[in-house]
Design a protein around this ligand. Structure first.
Ligand SMILES: [Zn+2]
Length: 436
C-alpha cells in the first residue's frame, strides 16, 4: 500500500470535520414537545411535534425548514435571513415520526416511503395563518423533507421600508405619479423581488386606478385588488391571463414573473395598449433586463417604446443593532475590494452575537438596489440596438448608482457588513472605478 494511502487510513476522520454549531433555542418548542417522554402520552397520530416545529419556525422568522437525515439522525435546520442554521439533531425514531406527522398535515400518505412529492397546506398560529409548501425525497439515510414557509407578514412592507436610498425612493415614487409602460423588478431567485412587487402593489392600491394581478401562487391577499391565480392545468397561463385581464380594462396588471416568450410578448402587448405592467424578471442587473427581454423575443423597438423602469436588487443580511461592533476592514478584504476597484471605508462593522439575534450577529435582511429610469437617450440607444454592455457603460457614465455602490453605503453605515457585500459575488460585474 502506498505511504500516502496508509496515512489517510490511520487518520481519525472525525478530527478533520468542522462541526457546525447547533442552536437548540431555535427549536425550543419542538424539543420541549419531544422531551421527557411527553410524546409517548400523545395519541400516535397527534401532530404535536409537527405543530411545535412550525411554531418555532414562525417565531424565528424562518423562510424554510430543512429536515435532513444523516447517519446520526435527523438534522433540523432553519433558514433565517437567508442563512441556514442548525437547531437540533433528533434520534432516527423521533425524526421519522416528525416527518410522518408533517406529511400527514400536508395530506400525504406517510406509509409510502419511496416516493418524492410535494404538498401545500395552511397552518394557523397565534398571529395569523401561514402557507406551507412541503417537498420530500428519499435519501441515503431516510427521507429528506423541506418546508417553505410563506408568511404573509413578510409581504406587508411599504416601498419606504425596502432599503431604497432617498434618491432611489424618490425616483420610484415619482414613477407612480405618471405610471405607464413596463416596470420590471430584476434579480435572481431569493433576491426579494416578490417583497418589492407587493410593496408597489400596496402603494398602487392607494391610487385611484384599477389594479389586477396574475400570480403563481397568490402569496398574499390584498383587498381592493383583483388577484388571479395562474392555473396551467386549465390553460390559464400567464400569457392567456394577461390577454384575458386586458379585456377588463385595468390600469395596472401585475405579472408574477416574465419567464417565457409568450408571457413577455403578452405583457408587451398590454403595455403597448396603454396598460401599466409590473413584473419580475431574472437578470443579473438592470442593464441585463434588456438581454432577457430580447431573449424572450421582444424587438429593440418593443423594448424602447415600453420599458420605463427597472429595479434590480439583491438581499443582504442586516447587522443586529443590539450587538454590532465597529472595526476596520481586514487585509484580505482590502485585497478583495482592490481587485474590483472599489474603495473601502476606514470603518466597517462586524457581527458579534447576542440573545436577540440568537448569536448570529444578524437580524433581518434589506435590499440593495439599482434603479434605472429610462430616459430619451436610453430610448434612442435601445432603438439603435444597444447591447447590455453599452447600456451598462452608459449608466456608469451618468449619475446612476450601481447596486454594489448601494451595498457599500450600507456597509459603511453599519446596516450590513463587508462580508455580506462580498457574499453578493458581484466581482464579475462591470463596475468601473469612480462610476458613482
Ligand atoms: Zn445581536
Amino acid at each position: 500500500m502506498p505511504q500516502g494511502e496508509k496515512r489517510l487510513e490511520t487518520r481519525d476522520p472525525a478530527s478533520n470535520k468542522r462541526e457546525r454549531s447547533v442552536h437548540p433555542e431555535l427549536a425550543s418548542q419542538l424539543l420541549e414537545s419531544l422531551g421527557a417522554g411527553k410524546e409517548q402520552e400523545d395519541p400516535p397520530d397527534a401532530p404535536g411535534a409537527a405543530h411545535a416545529i412550525l411554531r418555532d419556525a414562525i417565531r424565528e422568522r424562518a423562510t424554510d425548514v430543512h429536515l435532513d437525515p444523516d447517519s446520526r439522525g435527523l438534522n433540523v435546520r432553519l433558514r433565517i435571513d437567508g442563512a441556514m442554521r442548525d437547531a437540533a439533531v433528533l434520534p432516527p425514531q423521533q425524526g421519522h415520526r416528525l416527518i410522518n406527522q408533517l406529511k400527514t398535515l400536508g395530506g400525504i400518505d406517510p406509509v409510502a416511503q419511496f416516493d418524492a412529492g410535494e404538498a401545500r397546506f395552511a397552518f394557523q398560529h397565534e398571529a395569523g395563518e401561514v402557507d406551507l409548501r412541503l417537498a420530500f425525497i428519499p435519501c441515503l439515510h431516510g427521507q429528506k423533507l423541506t418546508l417553505r414557509v410563506l408568511d404573509p407578514r413578510q409581504l406587508a412592507y411599504g416601498i419606504d421600508e425596502l432599503g431604497l436610498c432617498d434618491r432611489n425612493l424618490r425616483r420610484v415614487q415619482h414613477w407612480f405619479t405618471s405610471l405607464g409602460g413596463m416596470f420590471l423588478v430584476a434579480g435572481p431567485v431569493g433576491s426579494g423581488k416578490t417583497t418589492t412587487l407587493y410593496a408597489l402593489l400596496h402603494a398602487l392600491k392607494l391610487q385611484t386606478c384599477s389594479v389586477s394581478t396574475l400570480e403563481d401562487p397568490i402569496e398574499y391577499n390584498v383587498d381592493g385588488i383583483n388577484q388571479v391565480q395562474v392555473d396551467e392545468e386549465h390553460d390559464l397561463t400567464f400569457a392567456r391571463g394577461i390577454r384575458a385581464l386586458a379585456r377588463h380594462n385595468p390600469d395596472v396588471i401585475l405579472v408574477g414573473e416574465l419567464r417565457d416568450p409568450s408571457t413577455a410578448l403578452a405583457a408587451y402587448g398590454a403595455a403597448a395598449l396603454g396598460r401599466t405592467i409590473l413584473a419580475t424578471l431574472h437578470s443579473r442587473d438592470a442593464a441585463g433586463a434588456v438581454t432577457s427581454l430580447r431573449y424572450y423575443g421582444l424587438s429593440d423597438r418593443d423594448i424602447a417604446t415600453t420599458l420605463s423602469m427597472v429595479v434590480a436588487q439583491r438581499l443582504v443580511r442586516k447587522l443586529c443593532a443590539k450587538c454590532r461592533r465597529a472595526t476596520s476592514p481586514t487585509d484580505a478584504q482590502k485585497r478583495w475590494f482592490d481587485v474590483i476597484q472599489v474603495a473601502l471605508p476606514e470603518r466597517s462593522w462586524e457581527p458579534v452575537g447576542c440573545d436577540h439575534c440568537r448569536q448570529s450577529g444578524y437580524f433581518g435582511q434589506t435590499g440593495v438596489f439599482e434603479v434605472w429610469q429610462l430616459d430619451d437617450g436610453d430610448y434612442h440607444r435601445l432603438l439603435d440596438g444597444a447591447t447590455e454592455r453599452d447600456v451598462r457603460s452608459s449608466l456608469a457614465s451618468r449619475s446612476h448608482k450601481h447596486f454594489l455602490a448601494d451595498a457599500m453605503e450600507k456597509a459603511e453605515a453599519g446596516v450590513t457588513t463587508l462580508a455580506e457585500v462580498q457574499r453578493l459575488r458581484l466581482a464579475g460585474l462591470a463596475f468601473p472605478a469612480g462610476a458613482e
